[in-house]
Each structure stands twice: as structure tokens, then as C-alpha cells.
Design a protein around this ligand. Structure first.
Ligand code: KG4
Ligand code: ZN
Length: 401
């Protein structure tokens, strides 16, 4: 049983996962209400919220799983990338916990966590006896969220023999049992970066467009729901051509194109009125209420923007799968919840014969079960962090191509 801790952005999360495939608990304390009125995450407020929530959230994860923390096998904690102040809260807490309980500790890259969210979901579904194919490797994974838009080639190999890994110093240095043997046949994952965003992440673009149009926060789920009432072909935003690596992304131009379509037009007046109405409501407004405060032109713009983002994500991901010659695609991260993105990928799967895997919504957005699952395989492979483990705001995953 691995205790996972995640605090890289605006969710304080802890989970207990057994054997890397059974979620015994997954507790997520969201900070949406704290950041809502700013239309985006305020880093200093996020750190303070994590400080308030980290202890009760970890305790709750133990309580729901019905395990005492002394019974867990190890602690996996997000070490980056993310907001440095936020990361430090979970990381320092996890490190102190591992030290005091004398449990092995391992750091997990947040993006690796999102990739493992897909594998975990697949294992859960298959263990339940659901008729789903087995997720395979090598595959191409799209991690698409509020902070990231990246494509990876993911491979899995098995350790042949018991081997000593990361053995730095003696066992139990600083109270942490950190030099260990790899279990024979342990899965070892490796990652190659194929492309990434050069500016905004896709989720960030959703959030900024929603803020511009005064539609609420976080923008992704709201735009997703509103777009159902708009025409996705009303505005042609054109395709984004990337110089250099065609598997890189760029969403800032699209966001600016939306801004130019709004600025100085009746859409700007409408957004202003909506902002006043939402603020005077003094409470969370429902999709139906927001819908009744949107003109058809706004809904068409929203649907067209979403269509442009989804088409871009789809095309580059399918091109990556094609160039890597892999039969399997994983899609993960908060934007993987997008209903049109899912429909379009499922449709593409039918036409191309590719296998496409998405996690459930709970495992797509930030959570600690994915961190515990990724950490489980690292611990199994004998990886251990020592006392010097620290947080990194930017932490690339894997090697570049
Ligand atoms: O993975 P996540 O919880 O946190 C990060 O690591 O960033 O992703 C949050 C992001 C936000 O930008 C949110 O607007 C976006 O995911 N998101 C969506 C949807 N649900 C969440 N974007 C588009 N469509 C959705 N249905
Ligand atoms: Zn994330």
C-alpha cells in the first residue's frame, strides 16, 4: 500500500493505493472557491490553502482506506513540476511523514502521475470484469491540463533480475530506508518527450477565454457545457502551423484571436454585463443561468474556440502515434474530461484502429491516486528518494527525442 500526496497546483490530495491497482481512498480538497473570483490560481493563496488542508486530507485518506499510516508500505509525493510554494507543502509533509514512520519515500513527476492515471483506470476496469482492452506499451500519451500540454512516447520494460538501484549511502541513512533491491520482473517505465506547448497550456487557454467572456472558473468545464448550444463551425480560427517540431503546440495565438473578436464589439458589452450579474449574484451560478445570459454569437464563439483546440490536440496526437508507429494512445489531464475531445478521439479510434484510453474524470484531473500508482512502480523497481528530495517548479519528464 502506497500513500500518495499531491499538491502541485490548486488541489490538496492524498490517496492510498494497493498493488498499484486498487484505490482504497482518494481524497481531493479543491481550492476552486478560493481562486474563483480571480479567474485563475493565485500561487500565494494556493500555498496557504495547502498548509491548512494537508494534515486533514492525509488523515482522511487513511481513515477512508481503513489503514493506519504505520501500515503503509511507502510514501510517494509529487516533486514537480508545479507552483513551488504549493509543491513544497506536500513534499515536505510527505518527507517528514516517511522519516517519522521509517517508510521508503519516492518523488513522482506530476506528468508521470497523469500517465499512470490512465493505466490505473484500465486496471480498475479490468479487475471489475469490464469488457475493456488492456492498455499497452509502447504508446503515445497526451497530457493536457491547465499547466501542461505535452506528448510522450511511453515504454515499459521489465527488470530482468534483482538489481540495486539508486543506492546512495547506506540503508536507513537519515532514518529513511532508501537503498533497495528491485523486485524481479518489476515494470520500469521510460518516457521520450515528443512535443509540448511553447506558450499557454490548452486548459489555461480555456480558463483565459472563460475569464475574458466572464463565464466563470475553471473555464474548461463551463465552456464544454456552453459549447453544446453553439455552432463549432461559426468562426474559422485556421490551423496553427509550428515551425520546427510539428508535434509542439501553441495556444496563445488562438486566445488572442478570441480577444480580437470580442474587443470593441457587442460581445465585450455582453461580457461586462455578465460580470456585473455574476458578481451581484454573490453565489455560484449554474450553467443554465449563464446560458440565459449568453447571446448566440457568444455561444458560437465558445464552440468554435473549443473546436479549434480539440482539432489541434487530436491532429498532433494522431500524427505522433503515426510517426512512432504505436497502436495505442493515452489521453490524460484535466482537459481530457472535455466531452468533444473524448467523442472525437473515440471516433478517430474507429477509423484508424488505434486503441484510445482515457481515465475517468476523477483520475483525469489532479488527484493523488495517480501519484501513488506511479510511486508504487518506482518503489517496486527499487527507487528511493533520500532526505535531500526537494520540489522543482520545472521538472522535465523523460528524455527529449
Ligand atoms: O489536471 P488538472 O486538474 O490540473 C493541472 O494539472 O493543470 O487540469 C485542470 C484544467 C483546467 O484548466 C480546467 O479548465 C481544465 O483542466 N478542464 C477542462 C475540462 N475540465 C477541466 N478543459 C476542457 N474541458 C473540460 N471539460
Ligand atoms: Zn495535473
Amino acid at each position: 500500500m502506497v500513500l500518495g500526496i499531491e499538491s502541485s497546483c490548486d488541489e490538496t490530495a492524498a490517496a492510498v493505493v494497493a498493488d498499484g491497482e486498487r484505490i482504497l481512498s482518494s481524497v481531493v480538497a479543491t481550492q476552486v472557491l478560493t481562486h474563483e473570483r480571480f479567474g485563475g490560481v493565485v500561487p500565494e493563496l494556493a500555498s496557504r490553502e495547502h498548509l491548512r488542508k494537508i494534515v486533514p486530507v492525509v488523515q482522511e485518506a487513511g481513515r477512508v482506506a481503513s489503514v493506519g499510516l504505520e501500515d503503509i508500505g511507502g510514501v510517494a509525493v509529487t516533486e514537480g513540476p508545479g507552483l513551488i510554494g504549493s509543491l513544497l507543502v506536500g513534499l515536505v509533509y510527505g518527507k517528514a511523514l516517511a522519516l517519522s514512520l521509517e517508510k521508503p519515500l519516492v518523488g513522482v513527476n506530476h506528468l508521470e502521475g497523469h500517465i499512470h492515471g490512465v493505466l490505473l483506470e484500465n486496471k480498475i476496469a479490468r479487475n471489475r470484469g469490464q469488457d475493456v482492452e488492456e492498455a499497452r506499451f509502447p504508446n503515445v500519451t497526451l497530457v493536457v491540463s491547465g499547466g501542461h500540454t505535452s506528448l510522450f512516447r511511453v515504454e515499459m520494460q521489465r527488470s530482468a533480475v534483482s538489481s540495486r538501484q539508486n543506492a546512495v549511502g547506506s540503508d536507513r541513512a537519515h532514518g529513511l530506508p532508501f537503498a533497495a533491491n528491485s523486485a524481479p520482473n518489476a515494470p520500469i517505465f521510460s518516457y521520450t518527450r515528443l512535443g509540448q506547448t511553447r506558450d499557454d497550456a490548452a486548459g489555461e487557454a480555456f480558463d483565459k477565454v472563460a475569464k475574458l467572456l466572464a463565464l466563470g472558473y475553471p473555464g474548461g468545464p463551463i465552456l464544454d457545457r456552453l459549447a453544446r448550444s453553439g455552432n463549432p463551425h461559426a468562426v474559422d480560427f485556421g490551423r496553427v502551423r509550428m515551425k520546427g517540431n510539428p508535434l509542439d503546440f501553441s495556444f496563445s495565438g488562438l486566445k488572442t484571436a478570441v480577444l480580437y473578436r470580442v474587443r470593441g464589439t457587442s460581445l465585450e458589452v455582453e461580457a461586462y454585463q455578465r460580470r456585473i450579474w455574476r458578481e451581484s449574484a454573490g453565489r455560484a451560478t449554474t450553467t443554465e443561468e449563464i446560458l440565459s445570459h449568453c447571446s448566440q454569437a457568444t455561444l458560437d464563439l465558445v464552440a468554435s474556440f473549443q473546436n479549434a483546440v480539440v482539432t489541434d490536440l487530436m491532429e498532433r496526437t494522431l500524427a505522433a502515434a503515426d510517426s512512432c508507429r504505436v497502436p495505442c494512445v493515452f489521453v490524460s489531464g484535466g482537459v481530457a474530461c472535455n466531452s468533444v475531445l473524448r467523442e472525437r478521439f473515440v471516433d478517430a479510434a474507429k477509423h484508424t484502429g488505434l486503441q484510445i484510453f482515457f481515465p475517468s474524470h476523477a483520475l483525469s484531473t489532479d488527484n493523488a491516486a495517480m501519484i501513488a500508482a506511479a510511486g508504487y512502480y518506482k518503489l517496486l523497481a527499487g527507487q528511493r528518494a533520500d532526505y535531500s528530495l526537494t520540489a522543482h517548479a520545472s521538472l522535465p519528464l523523460g528524455s527529449s527525442r
